[in-house]
Design a protein around this ligand. Structure first.
Ligand code: PLP
Length: 354
């Protein structure tokens, strides 16, 4: 289907003159910087942070571009991928008029962001196999549907969504298809980032918060057509990624081997934990996972949650989520943490016999 970004964009954003920061106007080396009303003396810290950071994070994007095989001009960096989600609403969804489509059970922020921006929500639940209901999606969209969010691997179910189904949606929907790949590093399925040239309406979200172990730095990535990246840059806060985060992320991105080694351990721990949990009588089912967590159906999720909290182990009770009745979500920890979790599960099972 023909994609026309101008017909999607809100009028006020089309007309917007973005804020032009001092660091946008002058880039390069200079001996005296008196253009940004910074503190010229320095910072009361061992390292100086008195200068505003690079608003477009050039060095960081160059490194991410190299790792991901995506040109820097197709990359947006946000204060977590939650910022990219928020900006998509700001730029494309008219409050009180437009709507988005989500496929529950899925990551909760899409719905929260829609509510913040007073944007309608169409819900087309996943099938019992946690895959897309393509007919339901086709029926639900209308001329004001601007965004479809597909999380793959999906949170909280853990499975990947069939790639062919995602491509069907990309082909047939004239709005933006946002594929949230926060957990892609743990998946068997390949990322859609290599398909950007084919689909102008594709936005792929990834994050440094999961496999890269940098949740505290708050760096999310959006990969998309240059036109969409230009809109992100127009709407974002001028200095949305702070200097410390940019510097530390750049350092961390040198450690590809370490991250790959962690991913390998995590994936083998995921398989081990899944097999071991099934030996606990109160565990009814462990869903297949392509992520760094397991969705586990148990006989008494609330009782189990409380028991584990008393042991100092926190998991997520997802039993009130549609299609996840009876389920808890368990993040894969270190091998030692997983062992303690398994012991606690067996102790819980033992306590039920008494
Ligand atoms: C599917 C999904 N997307 C995005 C995020 C948030 O990522 P970030 O830390 O980059 O905001 C999460 C966090 O749990 C998530 O599960």
């Amino acid at each position: 289907m023909a994609f026309n970004i101008d017909s999607l964009l809100r009028d006020n954003i089309k007309k917007l003159t973005p804020y032009s920061s001092a660091r946008d106007e002058f880039q390069g080396e200079a001996s005296i910087l008196l253009d940004a009303n910074e503190n010229a003396f320095g910072s009361p810290l061992p390292t100086n942070y008195n200068r505003y950071p690079d608003p477009l994070q050039g060095k960081l994007k160059a490194k991410i571009s190299q790792i991901k095989g995506v040109p820097a001009e197709n990359i947006f960096l946000g204060n977590g991928s939650d910022e990219a989600i928020d900006l998509l609403f700001r730029a494309f969804c008219r409050p009180g008029i437009d709507n988005i489509l989500i496929v529950p059970p899925t990551y909760g922020m899409y719905e929260v962001s829609a509510n913040i921006h007073d944007v309608g929500i169409k819900r087309v639940p996943l099938t019992p196999e946690f895959q897309l209901d393509l007919d339901g999606i086709a029926e639900a969209i209308d001329e004001n549907t601007k965004l479809i969010f597909i999380c793959s691997p999906n949170n909280p179910t853990g499975n990947s969504i069939h790639r062919q189904d995602i491509e069907t949606v990309l082909h047939h929907f004239s709005g933006l298809v946002v594929v949230d790949e926060a957990y892609i590093n743990f998946a068997r399925q390949k990322s859609l980032t290599q398909e950007l040239a084919e689909y102008q309406n594709l936005v792929v979200l990834q994050t440094l918060s999961k496999a890269w172990g940098l949740a505290g730095l708050r760096i999310g990535m959006a990969f998309a057509d240059r036109q969409i990246i230009a809109i992100f840059n127009k709407v974002k806060a001028p200095y949305n990624i702070n200097e410390v985060s940019q510097e530390l992320a750049l350092q961390a991105l040198e450690e590809v081997d370490k991250i790959n080694a962690w991913i390998q351990i995590l994936v083998s721990e995921r398989d081990r934990l899944a097999a071991e949990l099934l030996r606990v009588p109160q565990v009814a089912y462990v869903y297949p996972s392509d992520a760094n967590f397991l969705l586990v159906k148990v006989s008494d999720p609330k009782g189990l949650y409380k028991y584990l909290v008393d042991q100092g182990i926190i998991i997520r009770d997802r039993s009130s989520v549609t299609l996840c009745e009876g389920c808890v979500r368990i993040t894969i920890g270190t091998p030692e943490e997983n062992q303690e979790l398994l012991q606690a599960f067996h102790a819980y099972a033992g306590s039920k016999l008494r």
